[in-house]
Design a protein around this ligand. Structure first.
Ligand code: DGJ
Length: 703
């Protein structure tokens, strides 16, 4: 038996079956109970006529009688070992002083000449993570089709909440009763994806923000993946998560090892807030101690490709005057880039547009007290670029076929040393020559039949090359921050987060859309890594017109910025923006270090009302947002968990802009919010009557 435990979580493994089998994953139990559960394993029901228990081990094997989807698929070239069976050979367990514990279980199949090592870890905060390594011990090549991690779940996990999305519509959810058969999401885009981000929740039917058991899983990987949630006819269920490999993509030479991306999982006995708390705490441990998140202005929607030094300088002037601290020059600054048809890959400043280079711009920006940031899309080339004309062989596609273009571009083959070295040296040169504090790292085209020079499927190696490139840039320029952008939020996962400080959460700056996207993204990521900008009055992506107040209140909680040509804004609008930026700065120590507070408002109102907040570490300050997204007039009670039960909180409103909505009987409503932490959790408070598509922010101070 292996029993990894924190105060709130236990994961118990039976290691007698080759690959470890998760006997139990739930709330804390003692060792005696864990041992009893392990003793019972051999009594578990058989599957049909198979005379041994059908166990969903972490890598369940068809050869052992497992009739669900196997965790390992592959074979030696010409070999008959496509259904291996492993024996445990070594078990090691470590307990860290900080309360974390980990174990490594080694298993071998002498016949197939394969070795499988399972690494498991339960962090002190309850994040359970697993990776599996497969080593080819034979003298023959091993063709790997799949190695995934399987997490069996109890029958009480009757429901699934899954995540899907699209450009400008990231992090949508659907909740379903777990059907017999399998729910499957396959991501073949070569990036984490908008369509199927690698997150899944299995839960009890009553799960909400604070109630019900939930088992959440994430694959920390920025390439292709597959998520399976199968409920078998014997009423057993499991989640299976792993990298999706194209045919021939991974071939292990003798002695080679394939390591799965980490599967990260969280158990909560009390709904989503604990899931969010754990993932967010982990994210914070990954990104480290971030400085106060600088309020950012990004030029994309302010000028698109219409660059000129005078326009940029004028915008920088106004940006500085409203309190912006980081000015980011987006797409359009490099050779030939007058629209999206040309230039990608030619990372040289276009002197037709910037005759004196970017030096004077960067200097002016820094002299105004702002950091200077620059946009790149290092993994791409346009066919209409000097680099492609010189090296048409540098692209990740099969030769002999016509290009399949996406946004009129192709993927640069970073698995080639020459292409990799070229991009790294261009980035390095620019980051050395200019005072660049920030890189917006974009990626706008999915992988289509991504093949290296030999024609072999290469998304796996391209993803590893991307990580290496990010690592190299960080090594050479340790003080430069990086944002992961992929047509908005197409690359948001915990592996890329080890190399970046921020996600561009979505290309939509429509605040109504953004409220929902950010709400679901914050089940996993803390507000300070989610970029959110105040957009133009009419959103460029949806044409929706929104009040300045709604736009400001939406950007308030996240890593705040502006994506709007404020040169053309009215004096009142500029004053309002300056005001909200100042309010944000005064509260960002709470917003970006506190604990996110979730409520059931979306569920209870059919997504018409959304209440969320953040409470400071010392529980004395809470910032709350009440957003009316759609029509809904019935009374809505909002309860908050996570405040200090013994403190009495006094509510005050934060006015974000001059067009803030008026609240009927505002003082009475604010008085009703002024109550103890205990009564916030038991009685809660009423949602005010608000106009559609408006938001009100409130601060609660406890004493
Ligand atoms: C897609 C990004 O998501 C946008 O923010 C912007 O940077 C454009 N690319 C530029 O081409």
């Amino acid at each position: 038996m292996l029993h990894l435990a924190t105060q709130s979580t236990s994961v118990v493994f039976d290691v007698r079956w080759g690959v470890p089998f998760i006997v139990y994953w739930g709330g804390h139990i003692d060792d005696a109970e864990a041992q009893r559960l392990v003793n019972d394993v051999s009594q578990r029901p058989r599957a049909g006529v198979i005379d041994r228990p059908a166990l969903a081990t972490i890598v369940p094997m068809h050869g052992d009688g497992w009739l669900g989807h196997p965790g390992l698929l592959g074979r030696h070239r010409g070999g008959s070992d496509w259904a291996p069976r492993f024996q445990t050979t070594h078990v090691e367990c470590q307990r860290g002083i900080d309360g974390a514990s980990s174990a490594t279980v080694t298993a071998t199949d002498a016949h197939a000449e394969l070795c499988l090592v399972t690494n498991i870890e339960l962090s002190a905060i309850g994040l359970f993570s697993v990776t599996v390594e497969l080593r080819n011990d034979s003298q023959m090549k091993y063709l790997l089709d799949e190695l995934s991690v399987t997490l069996p779940l109890p029958a009480s996990a009757t429901h699934l909440t899954t995540f899907h999305g699209r450009w400008c519509g990231e992090f949508q959810t659907q909740s379903i009763e777990w059907p017999i058969g399998a729910w499957i999401a396959e991501n073949r885009t070569g990036r984490t994806s908008h369509e199927q981000p690698p997150f899944v929740l299995a839960h009890e039917s009553n799960m909400g923000a604070h109630d019900g058991q939930c088992w959440a899983a994430h694959l920390a990987w920025s390439g292709n993946h597959v998520i399976r949630a199968e409920r078998q006819v014997y009423n057993r269920r499991y989640l299976q998560v792993g990298e999706l490999l194209n045919p021939g993509e991974v071939c292990l030479e003798p002695g080679d090892v394939y390591v799965t991306p980490a599967v990260m999982a969280v158990y909560s006995s009390s709904g989503l807030q604990h899931v969010a708390r754990t993932f967010q705490a982990h994210a914070r441990s990954v990104v480290g101690n971030l400085s106060a998140r600088p309020v950012t202005l990004n030029t994309w929607e302010a000028m698109y490709f219409d660059h000129s030094p005078s326009k940029v300088l004028e915008l920088a002037d106004v940006a500085a005057s409203v309190g912006v601290e980081r000015f980011v020059l987006d797409d359009g600054w490099f050779n030939g880039r007058r629209d999206d048809s040309a230039g990608l890959g030619d990372w040289y400043v276009d002197t037709n547009v910037y005759p004196d280079g970017l030096g004077p711009i960067a200097q002016a920006v820094t002299e105004k007290g702002m950091q200077f940031g620059l946009w790149f899309e290092p993994e791409m080339v346009n066919p209409d670029s000097d680099v492609y004309r010189k090296h048409p062989e540098w692209v990740l596609e099969r030769t002999g076929y016509d290009h399949v273009l996406g946004r009129r571009q192709l993927v640069l083959d970073l698995t080639r040393t020459d292409a990799y070295t070229y991009v790294l040296s261009r980035l390095d040169t620019l980051l050395s020559e200019l005072p660049i504090a920030y890189v917006k790292w974009d990626m706008n085209r999915p992988h289509i039949a991504a093949a290296d020079e030999s024609g072999t499927a290469a998304t796996h190696r391209q993803t590893m090359a991307l990580y290496a490139l990010l690592d190299d840039v960080r090594r050479l320029h340790p003080n430069v921050e990086i944002e992961s952008c992929s047509s908005g939020g197409g690359r948001m996962d915990f592996e890329v987060l080890r190399r970046v400080e921020r996600f561009w959460t979505s290309d939509t700056n429509d605040p109504v859309r953004r409220q929902v996207i950010q709400h679901h993204a914050s089940l996993f990521f803390p507000p300070e890594v989610l970029g959110c900008h105040i957009g133009a009055p009419v959103a460029h992506t949806t044409n929706r017109e929104s009040s300045l107040s709604m736009r400001c209140a939406t950007a308030f909680f996240a890593h705040m910025g502006i994506e709007w040509n404020i040169v053309g804004a009215t004096t009142t609008e500029r004053a309002d923006v300056a005001h909200v930026v100042a309010e944000h700065k005064a509260l960002r120590h709470v917003l970006h270090h506190g604990e996110v507070l979730l409520t059931d408002s979306m569920r209870d109102t059919g997504a018409a009302r959304l209440v969320h907040g953040v409470v400071s570490e010392d529980k004395r300050t809470t910032v709350l947002s009440f957003a009316q997204l759609d029509e809904y007039s019935a009374d809505t009670t909002v309860r908050l968990f996570g405040l200090d039960a013994n403190l009495i909180y006094t509510a005050r409103r934060i006015i974000v802009a001059s067009d803030d909505p008026t609240i009927e009987n505002e003082n009475e409503w604010l008085r009703s919010l002024s109550q103890s932490g205990k009564s916030w959790a038991t009685d809660g408070a009423k949602f005010p009557t608000l106009p559609i598509e408006s938001t009100v922010l409130v601060v609660l101070e406890g004493s």
